[in-house]
Ligand binder design. Structure first.
Ligand code: UDX
Ligand code: UDX
Length: 431
């Protein structure tokens, strides 16, 4: 099938490359000229597992190409995916300006029947708005579909190729779009959830908010465990084996971050309110998640006898989670900002997220080329992101390099007993 993807960010690029790899002919459209130039040369613009190889392979066999021209990009496509960002606006709501701009441009450029698929995460009712926006300038036939993504950064390719389910929301149950979308997703052999536009839009927000609540719940359980002799890891195992609960997304930490959970929880809260419902649970979840950063700061403060001013803190990990260079809403950055506001000095290391951090923090902190240089001469070492390689560092060497052997492990990647045996003063979360 011929497909067009509008927006080649974390989601759009992964979707485009995967569809090309499955044998479709894909044109990716993006307004960012520099991005398109790089991608045309096979240079990935984001860090994502398997992406570089798949991009090169499908450029070489001509199944994927990139353009800044929307009219050219959509000309031959049967299906057009909208995958531009829907960030949080100043009031916490979803900012639909990019999606609606694309809808406007599509209206000006459509010449024949197309299926327009919304992949971006958008509040209930956006599919209908997209329809109306296109229809202002294009009087021919077209269908709008909602097909939310469930791709985690870092594993976006495998999440796309091996989904738990595929959600498709249609305006009408028997439209031409139903046939085309079923055909497109048939090779995946995964459960299809076929529903109306509004339910599909809600599924995405309900899924991400539920996961955010699950993380928040285990964070609170961990905070309680901290006051008693209970180990949250065992608690998570004990509840996770109950199939009604499930063992995933029960890792306590500094609170969820990233480009999706914070904005999606907030957007759902606000569109619930706009529709007349006060989603108290989500309001509380947002407060608890913010406070979780402070709980980590308090652990660091305790390590240095209650005074952060002038203390030197080494921070391992800047990305919002491992295997990505994305620092949007990263807990590590939030914690660093709090520490800086209390006059602590920060040295940080991340395998790949340094450049993106520099765009936010600039020279307010110093950056190290490896974890050992980062540790050297500091009062406390904070593990802020659970990069797997941090687990296997030479911790005896790090102990010698630190000014004081203090570790706050905000991701519980190390074993408390082992660290204590090595002579560290160690605290995790809920252990
Ligand atoms: C996506 C989804 O769209 C969002 O709704 C979802 O919840 C998370 O993932 P993401 O891929 O992270 O967003 O966005 P981003 O990395 O910011 O990429 C968006 C791309 O769209 C950029 O490359 C930008 O240049 C492009 N763009 C934006 C357009 O091509 N046209 C526009 O009008 C606006
Ligand atoms: C999320 C959704 O999971 C995915 O389906 C899609 O909608 C995009 O948004 P992503 O934000 O890439 O994916 O990462 P995810 O793995 O979901 O983690 C989000 C945040 O929660 C990270 O900060 C992570 O560290 C945190 N987290 C996750 C925990 O603190 N504990 C956990 O057990 C799991």
């Amino acid at each position: 099938m011929k497909l067009a993807i509008i927006g080649t960010g974390y989601v759009g690029l992964g979707v485009g490359v995967c569809f090309a790899d499955l044998g479709h002919k894909v044109t990716c459209v993006d307004v960012d000229k520099a991005k398109v130039t790089k991608l045309k040369k096979g240079i990935p613009t984001i860090y994502e597992e398997d992406l570089p190889e798949m991009l090169k392979k499908n450029l070489a066999n001509g199944r994927i190409n990139f353009t800044t021209s929307l009219s050219q990009g959509i000309k031959e496509a049967a299906v057009i995916f909208i995958a531009v960002g829907t960030p949080q606006d100043q009031n916490g709501k979803a900012d639909l300006r990019y999606v609606l701009q694309v809808a406007h441009d599509l209206g000006k450029n459509l010449k024949n029947y197309k299926v327009i698929v919304d992949k971006s995460t958008v509040p209930i009712g956006t599919g209908k708005m997209v329809k109306q926006t296109i229809a202002k300038n294009y009087k021919g036939e077209f269908d709008v579909v909602s097909n939310p993504e469930f791709q985690r950064e870092g594993t976006a390719i495998s999440d796309f190729l091996n989904p738990d389910r595929i959600v498709l929301g249609f305006e009408k149950p028997n439209s031409h779009a139903v046939k085309i979308m079923k055909e497109l997703y048939a090779p995946f052999k995964k459960p299809l959830v076929i529903t109306n536009l509004e339910s599909a839009e809600m599924i995405k927000y309900a899924a991400n908010s539920f996961l955010a609540i699950k993380i928040t719940f285990i964070n609170e359980i961990a905070n309680i465990c901290d006051n008693y002799e209970a180990d949250v890891k065992m608690v998570a195992k004990g509840i996770g084996l109950d199939s009604r609960i499930g063992d995933k997304f029960l890792e306590p930490g500094p609170g969820y971050g990233g480009s999706c959970f914070p904005k999606d929880v907030s957007a759902l809260y606000y569109f619930a309110r706009a529709g007349g419902y006060w989603f108290n649970l989500l309001e509380t979840v947002m407060q608890i998640n913010k406070h979780q950063r402070e709980i980590i700061v308090a652990k660091i403060k305790n390590m240095v006898d209650g005074k952060l001013q002038g203390k030197k803190i080494a921070v391992l990990g800047l990305a919002f989670k491992p295997n990505t260079d994305d620092v949007r809403e990263s807990p590590a950055i939030d914690i660093i900002q709090i520490l800086l506001s209390r006059k602590a000095k920060i040295k940080a290391y991340d395998p790949i997220a340094k450049d993106n951090t520099h765009k936010i923090l600039g020279k307010k902190i110093t950056y190290s080329g490896n974890p050992y240089l980062c540790a050297k001469g500091n009062d406390v070492l904070l593990i802020a992101t659970d990069w797997p390689e941090f687990k296997n560092l030479n911790w005896k060497k790090i102990k010698k390099l630190l000014k004081a052997p203090n570790i706050v492990d905000a991701r519980n990647i190390l074993e408390p007993a082992e660290m204590k045996e090595m002579g560290f003063k160690y605290v995790g979360i809920g252990r």
